[in-house]
Design a binder for this molecule. Structure first.
Ligand code: SAM
Length: 278
């Protein structure tokens, strides 16, 4: 009988965040597929576990993936971990899950730490609807194009970012979304120097021009404010004139047309007074 692939989230900074179920799953697995075994061995030492490990990362996933799948099909249980957080979210774990799913192999996700949800929940921005953008493209032109595609996005947007690219990304955010858009810069979450700064994009540009960005970042950006439809002043005037022809008083016509077209009653009244020369 085939084994299973377990997706095991690991702490994004605070070892205390490893759950009992995650630890039990690691202990029960036949082998662990780790992004970097040197990182994972520290976690295993903390849990007093010793386990056979293989590497599975961006540079070997094309060969390592099928090899892991074969072992699972032959009956072994594999626990997939990354350096930090939930496997398959902005890391090559998603390819292994797809490979197993396509082969009919069972995949079980253990819930746990994820930089995306930690940042979103602490951001202070609307969370009911959001879009996760992960890492923006490295290439400046592609990064701009991707952001421009989000110019009218009304949902809160979440981006992962590396410290050395933070300044360029903030500049691009300011250019596309404008400097007044609110954002939360979430840095070193769950770690000793955790910092959540809620400010505007323009203020963030200034802040990180003055200080070197260090650590790991998640940017949570407010969505595009709902556009207020421009009031149809010409339409209101035409409607008021029509109502006048139908016999309504100037005051009644202005009030009704103003309400129908969402314009100011007093302004419309004055315009009509002027037109009628009374
Ligand atoms: N799969 C992981 C998850 O979703 O939690 C994320 C993996 S991704 C390769 C790494 C990125 O997650 C970092 O570049 C950073 O944007 C974010 N990240 C991870 N740990 C973080 C932390 N403690 N504080 C802020 N951001 C973090």
């Amino acid at each position: 009988m085939a084994g299973k692939l377990y997706l095991v989230p690991t702490p994004i900074g605070n070892l205390g965040d490893i759950s009992r179920r995650a630890a039990e799953t690691l202990a029960a697995a036949d082998f662990i597929a780790a992004e970097d075994t040197r990182v994972t061995v520290k976690l295993l030492n903390h849990l007093e576990l010793r386990k056979p490990m293989v590497t599975y990362h961006r540079h070997n996933c094309e060969t390592a993936g099928p090899a892991i799948l074969r072992r699972i099909q032959e009956g072994e249980d594999c626990a997939l971990v990354t350096d930090a957080g939930t496997p398959a979210i902005s890391d090559p774990g998603e390819d292994l899950v797809a490979l197993c799913a396509a082969a009919g192999v069972a995949v079980e996700a253990i819930p746990g730490p994820c930089a995306l949800t930690v940042a979103l929940s602490v951001s202070g921005l609307p969370t009911a609807r959001f879009t996760f953008e992960g890492f923006l493209p490295l290439n400046k032109k592609n990064r701009r194009a991707q952001l421009e595609g989000l110019a009218d996005e009304a949902r809160t947007m979440v981006f992962y970012e590396a410290p050395h690219k933070l300044r360029a990304t903030l500049d691009d955010l300011a250019a596309v979304f404008g400097p007044d858009r609110p954002l939360a810069v979430c840095r070193e979450l769950t770690k000793l120097h955790e910092e959540v700064v809620r400010l505007t994009i323009g203020e963030a540009v200034e802040r990180y021009a003055a200080q070197e960005p260090r650590g790991e970042f998640v940017l949570v950006v407010a969505g595009c404010p709902a556009r207020v439809e421009a009031a149809d002043e010409d339409g209101a005037l035409a409607r008021a004139e029509q109502l006048r022809r139908e016999g309504l008083s100037l005051k009644q016509a202005a009030a009704l047309a103003a309400e129908e077209f969402g314009v100011k009653k007093r302004t419309l009244y004055n315009q009509m007074l002027e037109r009628e020369g009374t």
